[in-house]
Design a protein around this ligand. Structure first.
Ligand code: IP8
Length: 258
């Protein structure tokens, strides 16, 4: 089974609120469709990030109110659902039979901050041949606190719990760099060992990013990666790269190992 996480900065222009990159989305939908035509038995889950929808709304609530209240919860949920419906419609139009699942209905946090996801119906949906589509969302914890569940965390957790063979992170950069890739001297790493990630220094990926960008993507793998799970971080803005990663042949990128 494969878990594919489409980064929010791949499907959206994160420098502008509510801006979807329709051309990229179309292309990726076609690449996934091509893969599924070739690999008819493949089991795939797609997860997408908050892009300039979720991150922007959370950022605005924090800026104006300092906390996430019920109004924030339902507005974040709604804006993420809007983004996801657009992604679902492009996928379905390309022939990718996605089944859209709202994460706040099946996931939340325990009091110790561990994530709890009800996965039974995701597994059934996979078995009958649909492609479950989920996303980073606003969820609640057992004491009613409102929290942001990053799509990266969701991707790692589902890959771990459902024993995925492959976890693919399509991002807007070529992989993991030694520091923020916009800084001079940052070098692309072909392999990253999760036990060594504290060596790197990262800034947030953009002004609106509320879940921590690349560092969180890596950190959340600790304890969730298992030997034999192939984990790639690659550039989903490059043509055919999602297809190639699905086929196990990304042309450039970073392999993550325990
Ligand atoms: O972009 C964040 O998901 P991510 C989701 O995968 C929200 O970290 C609601 C900001």
């Amino acid at each position: 089974m494969i878990v594919l996480k489409l980064g929010g900065s791949v499907i959206c222009d994160k420098s502008r609120p509510f801006a979807i990159r329709y051309t990229v989305l179309n292309r990726i939908a076609m690449e996934v469709a091509r893969f599924l035509q070739e690999e008819k038995k493949a089991k795939l889950i797609i997860i997408h990030g908050g892009g300039s929808f979720g991150h922007y709304v959370v950022y605005e609530y924090f800026k104006n109110k300092g906390v996430l209240d019920i109004d924030a919860l339902v507005t974040i949920e709604y804006s993420m659902l809007e983004l996801s419906v657009t992604i679902a419609s492009h996928m379905i139009a390309a022939g990718v039979p996605v089944s859209l699942i709202t994460p706040h209905g099946i996931a939340g946090f325990n009091l110790d901050n561990s994530l709890r996801i009800y996965t039974e119906w995701i597994e059934r949906l996979l078995e009958i041949g649909t492609i479950p589509l989920l996303y980073g969302d606003a969820v609640i914890s057992r004491n009613g606190a409102i929290k942001i569940l990053s799509g990266d965390v969701l991707a790692w957790e589902l890959a771990h719990k459902l024993q995925a063979d492959k976890l693919l992170f399509a991002t807007s950069v070529d992989g993991v760099y030694t520091s923020n890739p916009e800084r001079p001297g940052a070098e692309l790493l072909s392999v990253v060992r999760l036990s060594e990630i504290n060596k790197f220094s990262y800034d947030k990926s953009s002004k609106f990013d509320v879940t921590g960008g690349m560092f969180v993507k890596l950190k959340e793998g600790i304890g969730r990666i298992r030997p034999g799970m192939k984990v790639y971080i690659f550039n989903g803005l490059r043509n055919n790269e999602v297809y190639k990663a699905l086929k196990d042949k990304p042309s450039k990128g970073t392999v993550i190992i325990p």
